[in-house]
Design a protein around this ligand. Structure first.
Ligand SMILES: [Zn+2]
Length: 492
C-alpha cells in the first residue's frame, strides 16, 4: 500500500504493534488477591503483590492456561519449557522495583493472526511473540498538586503480544486490535473491555519514502499507552503525516538509536514527544529465583487445543460462504460468541439463514442493546426464532408483525404461534376464504372495478382501493400477496 505524492515521491507506512491484554482470572498472577475493577484503591493487595521482603510468589495456573489458549489461537509455537525473568526498573506504581515477565523464553512465538480487510479478504500479520507477565499499579493524577498510587492492579495477569511490522495503515492496525478483542472474548480468556483498560496498544510507526529513485526510512516512533481503537488508528495516521512532513523539511532518516517515544493527546489529536534517542533499556533481566521454570506436558497442551473453539474470523467467512450472508451481517453476528452460536442453533432448528439473520441483526440487536446484554443472553429459545422465520417465509405473519412477536419472545416462554394468536397477528392465507371476501368487495364497488378493467387512468388507484377494502374487512390480517393474486385473477 504505497501512497504516491508525485512521480518522484512515494511513501509506505510501516506499523508494528505491541498489545497488552488483561486475562480474566479471578485472582492475580502470583498471589491470591482478587482482581476487581473499581474496588476501593489499595484494598486488593497483600504482602506478595506489595513486594514485601521475604514473600514468595506462586504461579496462577489458570493464567498460564489462558495464555497458552491465546498462543495456540495465534498459531504460535508454544514453548514446552519456559521460565520467569525479572525485569528491573523503578517506577512508583511498581513497589518491588521489578516486574516478573518472560524474556528469552516466551510462552509463544512465531505465530500469525488473520485480520479482515475488505469484503471477504484477510491479511496475515505475523506474531513475533506472546508472553505472560504481571501488570503494574496505576498512578492517579486527579488529586491536585500531587499524585496518588493505586496498587490494586499490581500483579494482575497480563499477556503481551508483539507483532512484526506487517501493517501499513491505521485502519489495518485497528482491524488487528478489533480482531484480537473478538478473539480473546470468543476464547473466554479476557473481557477485553476497553473502558476498564483491559487492552492497551503501543504502535511502532515509520515510513519508507522513495524519492528521486532512492529509498529512505524515517526514524521509528513508538506511541505509548493507547487505550482505544480510535486513538490507535488516529495516532498512526497522524504520525505518518508528521513523519512525512519532517522528512521533507529535514531529510531526517533512520540512524541507530534514534527511535523516539511519543504520547497521544486525545483532545488535540496529536502525538507529543516524550523521549528522543531512546537507547535500548537495560532492564538487567535475570531468571526469577523465587519461581520454578514451567514445563508444559503434551497431554495438557492437547487438552487445551481440543477445547479451542472455531475462531470468529473463520466463522464470519463460513457464514458468508455457507449461508450467503453479506460480509457485514456475518461480522455483526460474529462480534460475540453467544450471538454467533444463537444464530447457528436457530438455523439448525430449520430457520432460513437470511431470515434468521434479519430477525437477529434488527430486532435482536435492538433489544440486546436496550437491555445491555448480548443476544445469547436474552433467554430466547433459538427454536422459537427458527419457527418465527418460517412463519414469515410462509406468509403466516407479515415481516412487520414478526418484530413485535420477536420482542414478546424475550418476555415469555410461549412460542411464536401462540404469541401471534394472542396478538391477533396471524395473516389469513386461506385462499378459499379470502376469495369470498374479494368477491364481496368487488360486488360492493362496481365503480372501482370498472376503473380497473377499463384500464383508465384511475386503474392503479382503484386497484389499491380494492386491496385496501379487503384488508379492512379482514382487520388487516389478510396476506396482501395472496389477496393481490386473487384480485389480479378476478380483474383480468
Ligand atoms: Zn496480592
Amino acid at each position: 500500500m504505497k501512497t504516491k505524492m508525485s512521480n518522484d515521491l512515494q511513501y509506505k507506512v510501516i506499523v508494528g504493534l505491541e498489545i497488552h491484554v488483561q486475562l480474566c482470572t479471578r485472582s492475580k498472577m502470583f498471589c491470591g488477591c482478587a482482581v476487581e475493577f473499581g474496588a476501593e484503591p489499595n484494598s486488593r493487595v497483600c504482602p506478595v503483590c506489595l513486594g514485601m521482603p521475604g514473600v514468595l510468589p506462586v504461579m496462577n495456573k489458570q493464567a498460564l492456561e489462558y495464555a497458552v489458549t491465546v498462543a495456540l489461537a495465534l498459531n504460535c509455537e508454544v514453548a514446552k519449557f519456559t521460565r520467569w525473568d525479572r525485569k528491573s526498573y523503578y517506577y512508583p506504581d511498581l513497589p518491588k522495583n521489578y516486574q516478573i515477565s518472560q524474556y528469552d523464553l516466551p510462552l509463544g512465538a512465531k505465530g500469525f493472526i488473520e485480520i479482515p480487510l475488505e469484503i471477504g479478504q484477510t491479511k496475515k500479520i505475523r506474531i513475533i511473540r506472546a508472553h505472560l507477565e504481571e501488570d503494574a499499579g496505576k498512578n492517579l493524577h486527579t488529586a491536585g498538586n500531587f499524585s496518588q498510587v493505586d496498587l490494586n492492579r499490581t500483579g494482575t495477569a497480563l499477556l503481551e503480544i508483539v507483532t512484526e511490522p506487517d501493517m501499513n495503515s491505521g485502519t489495518e492496525a485497528r482491524a488487528l486490535a478489533v480482531e484480537l478483542q473478538r478473539m480473546v472474548r470468543f476464547l473466554g480468556v479476557s473481557e477485553a473491555d476497553m473502558q476498564k483498560g483491559h487492552m492497551r496498544f503501543e504502535p511502532n510507526i515509520n515510513l519508507i519514502v522513495t524519492k528521486d529513485g532512492s529509498e529512505y526510512k524515517t526514524p521509528i516512533v513508538e506511541v505509548k499507552n493507547l487505550n482505544s481503537f480510535r486513538a490507535l488508528e488516529r495516532s498512526i495516521d497522524y504520525e505518518a503525516h508528521r513523519q512525512l512532513d519532517e522528512f521533507l523539511e529535514t531529510s531526517r532518516t533512520m540512524e541507530m538509536g534514534n527511535k523516539s517515544t511519543r504520547g497521544w493527546d486525545d483532545e488535540k489529536e496529536q502525538t507529543i514527544l516524550q523521549r528522543e534517542k531512546e537507547e535500548a533499556h537495560d532492564y538487567r533481566y535475570f531468571p526469577e529465583p523465587d519461581l520454578v521454570p514451567v514445563e508444559l506436558t503434551e497431554k495438557w497442551l492437547s487438552d487445551i487445543r481440543s477445547r479451542l473453539c472455531e475462531l470468529p474470523i473463520k466463522k464470519q467467512i463460513r457464514f458468508v460462504t455457507d449461508f450467503g450472508l453479506s460480509n457485514y451481517d456475518a461480522g455483526v453476528l460474529t462480534a460475540e460468541r453467544s450471538t454467533a452460536e444463537f444464530f447457528e442453533q436457530a438455523v439448525k432448528a430449520g430457520g432460513d439463514p437470511k431470515r434468521v439473520c434479519n430477525l437477529l441483526t434488527q430486532e435482536g440487536m435492538r433489544l440486546a442493546k436496550e437491555k445491555g446484554l448480548s443476544i445469547g443472553e436474552l433467554r430466547i429459545n433459538p427454536k422459537h426464532v427458527a419457527d418465527l422465520a418460517k412463519m414469515v417465509d410462509k406468509g403466516d405473519v407479515s415481516a412487520s408483525a414478526s418484530s413485535s412477536i420477536f420482542l414478546n419472545l424475550s418476555e415469555s416462554d410461549k412460542g411464536p404461534w401462540a404469541l401471534a394468536g394472542e396478538l391477533n397477528l396471524i395473516q389469513k392465507s386461506d385462499a378459499g376464504e379470502l376469495e369470498k371476501i374479494v368477491e364481496q368487495v368487488l360486488k360492493e364497488n362496481p365503480k372501482a372495478v370498472e376503473d380497473v378493467t377499463s384500464g383508465s387512468k384511475k386503474s392503479k388507484k382503484a386497484r389499491g382501493f380494492l386491496l385496501g377494502q379487503v384488508m379492512q374487512k379482514t382487520k388487516g390480517q389478510a396476506n396482501p400477496k395472496i389477496v393481490s393474486e386473487i384480485l389480479s385473477r378476478k380483474l383480468s
